[in-house]
Write a protein that binds this ligand. Structure first.
Ligand SMILES: *[C@@H]1O[C@H](CO)[C@@H](O)[C@H](O)[C@H]1NC(C)=O
Ligand SMILES: *[C@@H]1O[C@H](CO)[C@@H](O)[C@H](O)[C@H]1NC(C)=O
Length: 179
């Protein structure tokens, strides 16, 4: 009697776990199909895997919120990384100015994402879409700056590429919410 009760609970637990990982898989699959250049399936799925909020998601709208929060955290983390790079006294003037611009761009991107998050929660999809799209400007413009001087290698290529994907994900999910 007791055992069957436990296995019954276990059964529902497993059902729930597989249902949420299905949601992540399915949403990431659709997002990568809709925007293969910016959303890679593996990147999308693995980014949610260790996130308890993503695992508790009931629908793709919850994943929009989680993914915007992740992008905000990333913008902040990239800002800290840029500050550390600027601490290096051997970094030349040109690269230093690029890094300062990148810092500004990521700070603005963070604000845009915050505004986008609020707009999404207020069901103002037009504003949410515009603000989150604006955040995509940061990685592109940041990376381009370093190309303006021969021989200069961007120290932020990996961060810029990651952030581009992290921002493309909520945009793709938001489209699915509106369908
Ligand atoms: C930003 O997110 C990416 C992908 O999740 C991660 O690999 C990277 O470490 C994050 N960047 C920073 C500076 O935390
Ligand atoms: C500091 O910057 C110089 C010049 O870009 C670079 O060669 C060096 O590896 C950097 N040092 C550290 C600790 O990052």
């Amino acid at each position: 009697m007791k055992n069957s009760h436990i296995s019954c609970l276990l059964f529902f637990y497993l059902l729930l776990v597989s249902a949420t990982s299905d949601l992540i898989q399915k949403s990431c699959y659709e997002a990568s199909k809709g925007n293969p250049a910016n959303v890679k399936l593996d990147f999308c799925v693995s980014g949610f895997q260790g996130n308890p909020k993503a695992k508790a998601a009931y629908g793709v709208a919850d994943l929009v919120l989680v993914s915007i929060e992740t992008a905000i955290a990333n913008a902040t983390a990239i800002g800290s990384k840029i500050s550390k790079l600027l601490d290096n006294k051997s970094v030349g003037m040109f690269a230093r100015n690029c890094l300062k611009d990148c810092s500004e761009l990521y700070s603005l991107a963070g604000s845009s994402l915050e505004t986008g998050l609020d707009a999404f929660q207020a069901v103002d999809y037009g504003t949410a879409n515009a603000e989150i799209s604006a955040a995509l400007d940061a990685p592109v413009t940041c990376e381009d700056q370093f190309k303006e001087k021969n021989g200069l290698v961007s120290p932020l290529t990996k961060e810029n590429n990651n952030f581009r994907q992290l921002t493309a994900i909520p945009l793709a999910f938001m489209k699915m919410v509106q369908q």
